[in-house]
Design a protein. Structure first.
Length: 249
């Protein structure tokens, strides 16, 4: 009886995984699920930004952090774009242009995953603080968790959409699927620079804010009167959120 069940299970696995015809009939499913995930992430983000934000010091500080994080990522990605373009040409001339195109798609997807996560986080930060002040821990956790869910869904959904679309385009041909190595290389390259660059920036700003603010001027830690604290919080978002998002992708 055991061997009969095991044999039936093996047949099922073969039908679902090894039969190319069966697989090709389902290649539309990963891209579709990727689109669904991105739509859900957009809906969650809309619920976050609909929460009211009171004008005042907290809002002003949050806006400064949001703008600073965007400026940093624009500058970082502008340098990364030059690197990605050079590697794109090298791969295209030395290997093939399909692999080079996959490299570009992977790099853009990784950068986009980090940027979306950072954008959502910098919008949710002040709303989390206000929710904690007005409604307590549960409300604050809901806002914070929703913001994290946006990045998590975007990371997974972009992967499903891009890889699924590439597999569909290549018709599942094993010899052609080797071009997907370029996708992984592009995503990893951007993740490396985003993670390290953001991490170095946030640690530099953190140390600078502490040295100048606490030791020289006697300003308490994380006091917004110290401009270095704003830079420190910008670094937390670009390193621990954008860098992490790209790294996870």
């Amino acid at each position: 009886m055991f061997f009969e069940e095991e044999s039936a299970f093996g047949v099922l696995v073969y039908k679902l995984i090894l039969d190319k015809k069966e697989m090709m009939e389902l290649v539309w499913l990963p891209p579709l699920l990727g689109v669904v995930g991105i739509i859900i992430a957009a809906l969650i983000y809309s619920t976050i930004v609909r929460r009211p934000v009171e004008p005042g010091k907290a809002h002003d500080v949050a806006e400064a952090i949001h703008r600073g994080a965007q400026v940093f990522l624009r500058r970082e990605y502008s340098y990364l774009a030059s690197f990605v373009f050079i590697v794109f040409l090298v791969i295209g001339f030395l290997i093939n242009w399909m692999t080079a195109l996959a490299f570009i798609v992977g790099a853009v997807s990784s950068a986009l995953a980090g940027y979306v996560g950072m954008f959502s986080a910098t919008r949710a930060n002040v709303r989390t603080a206000l929710a904690a002040k007005k409604s307590g821990t549960a409300a604050a956790l809901t806002v914070a968790f929703s913001s994290g869910a946006v990045m998590g869904l975007v990371v997974a959904s972009l992967g499903l959409f891009c890889l699924g679309l590439a597999y569909w385009f290549l018709s599942g041909d094993p010899s052609s699927l080797r071009v997907l190595n370029g996708f992984g290389m592009g995503a990893s390259s951007v993740a490396l620079f985003a993670r390290v660059g953001g991490g170095i920036y946030t640690k530099t700003a953190d140390v600078g804010a502490d040295l100048v603010g606490k030791l020289e001027e006697g300003i308490p830690e994380d006091d917004p009167r110290n401009p270095g604290v704003i830079a420190d919080n910008v670094g937390d978002n670009v390193g621990d959120v954008a860098g992490m998002g790209a790294d996870l992708f």
